[in-house]
Design a protein around this ligand. Structure first.
Ligand code: GLN
Length: 487
């Protein structure tokens, strides 16, 4: 069993069910690999808490009450609240916070049998594209430690790529599952808005936030997605009232006749040549498998940036008002009255980027500016969603790059937050429309850094996306590539 940590979720589940290996053995292997916290991917590790879960899983495997993923390890992005581990959302303001309950997604994965390895580093309140906005320090990319892992689910992507966990949860508001998955050479999917419950997922921008799995293959993502999704109407009124599908059962279909829309706006001059070359080769592969490439247009792609960076901060400014030193979070030691207590607690607890967004958000919602910014942005958001519907009249799925370049160097955009915002151009449109979308590793670009292809589907078409990714992965081996130095 020397290779346990290189096995897929699917293979680990099978070994556990047939009792060739125990949940405690599997957990022990991963905990050993997590020792020293490689890449600074984790924010909380508690071996005893993990082993307690693993022992409970072994008991279920022994008495015949095991779930389908019993004993398979997973780690959670630190925006999901957990009872057994601390939760900070990457922020100082929540330092030492312990939730009295598990997020629905965490609870469902545990009910399916999964054992929690710990909590993963991320940008503060999921605001960022590089993980450099975490109050607890950067995460390094396992492919090149001088580069960012992407963000905001940077710890999740780095941990999966470095084989510290076979799977992780992420959240995606404007690209935070797809972009780090792309930068670290793994597979990740953001389902349709509402597929996964947001209960217990610390809110950033509620009309966009969505949870999803990150793993090495589409096959594993399908297993995880089926376990974590489904209606949760009593606890999240925006969760969709549609039954969860068995996504794994829908991975068999060949691609003959599938129409893949290729938006011309995703292949503009801003797209780096190395990324374009890898995406073109992947599209060719899909074409050889029988898919038909259809040129399409998503004319408002560029507008997605200003629209998102108005709507998301507006919602964030409202959501983050709860962190006031009274209801939740850090309270300053030094205050004279209630107002100074609020002000100082928040000034001390939030980082620069979070403050920038709270200020932007409050501004675009304020009297006199609301119509010019927020209302206008909502109207364009609707037009962006309509553009997708026009496109889906001509194609079954849309394919293009996840990001304009491969992962950049740590510190590169430190003095220029706008550079990070602009790099979100290809992930933001699908988020604004609430569509399912994913990242699939399709090869290496400049400096031997991974490139991800984005697949976007119409509402509730996750199965179609996962199948395209799976057919690609049956034909290629990029998803099995390992960073140098990872055993
Ligand atoms: N990079 C985007 C932002 O900074 C997306 C983040 C996310 O999806 N959570 O808001």
């Amino acid at each position: 069993m020397g290779d346990l940590h290189n096995l897929s979720v699917k293979a680990l589940a099978a070994l556990l069910q047939s009792k060739e290996v125990s949940a405690v053995e599997v957990a022990t292997r991963f905990l050993a690999r997590m020792g020293g916290n490689p890449h600074h991917a984790f924010l909380d590790i508690d071996s005893e808490a993990t082993l307690t879960q693993a022992r409970a899983s072994d008991a279920k495997l022994a008495n015949g009450t095991a779930g389908p993923l019993e004993g398979v390890p997973i780690a959670h992005k630190d925006v999901f609240v957990t009872r057994d581990f601390a939760t900070t959302a990457g922020s100082k303001i929540l330092s030492g916070y312990r939730s009295p309950f598990d997020a629905t997604v965490v609870e469902r994965l545990r009910n399916a049998g999964m054992v929690t390895l710990g909590k993963l580093n991320c940008d503060e309140f999921a605001m960022g594209s590089s993980n450099e906005n975490s109050a607890y320090g950067d995460v390094s990319n396992p492919w090149d430690a001088t580069r960012i892992p992407g963000g905001s689910s940077g710890g999740s992507a780095a941990a999966v790529a470095a084989r510290l966990t076979p799977a992780a949860t992420g959240t995606d508001t404007g690209g935070s599952i797809r972009q780090p998955a792309s930068f670290c050479g793994i597979t990740g999917i953001k389902p349709t808005y509402g597929r996964a419950s947001r209960y217990g997922m610390i809110a950033y921008a509620s009309s966009l936030d969505q949870a999803g799995p990150m793993a090495r293959s589409a096959e594993d993502c399908a297993l995880l997605l089926s376990a974590m999704c489904g209606p949760d109407l009593d606890r999240d009124s925006t969760s969709l009232d549609v039954p969860v599908e068995n996504f794994s059962a829908k991975l068999g279909e060949n691609l003959k006749g599938l129409r893949i829309g290729v938006p011309k706006e995703f292949f503009n001059e801003g797209l780096a040549t190395d990324v374009r070359t890898a995406i073109d080769a992947a599209l060719k592969n899909l074409e050889i498998q029988g898919a038909k490439l259809v040129p399409i247009t998503l004319p408002r792609t560029e507008l997605a940036i200003p629209v998102y960076y108005i709507i998301a901060p507006a919602e964030a400014s409202s959501n983050l008002s709860r962190f006031d030193g009274v209801k939740f979070g850090h309270r300053t030691k030094d205050y004279t009255d209630l107002v100074s207590m609020y002000k100082k607690s928040r000034a001390e607890g939030f980082g620069e980027e979070v403050k920038r967004r709270i200020m932007t958000g409050a501004y675009v919602l304020s009297h006199g500016y609301y119509d010019a910014y927020y209302l206008q942005a909502q109207k364009i958001r609707r037009m962006i969603a309509d553009d997708f519907q026009r496109a889906f009249a001509e194609c079954d799925v849309i394919a293009g790059p996840v990001a304009p370049t491969v992962a950049w160097k740590l510190g590169n955009n430190a003095s220029d937050p706008l550079a990070d915002y602009l790099a979100d151009i290809f992930t933001l449109p699908a988020s604004l429309a609430g569509l399912p979308c994913m990242s699939v590793p399709v090869g290496m670009g400049e400096s031997n850094m991974p490139v991800g292809m984005q697949l976007i589907g119409n509402y509730l078409q996750e199965a179609k996306l996962l199948n395209v990714a799976h057919q690609f992965q049956l034909n290629t081996d990029f998803h099995n590539d390992k960073p140098e130095g990872v055993e």
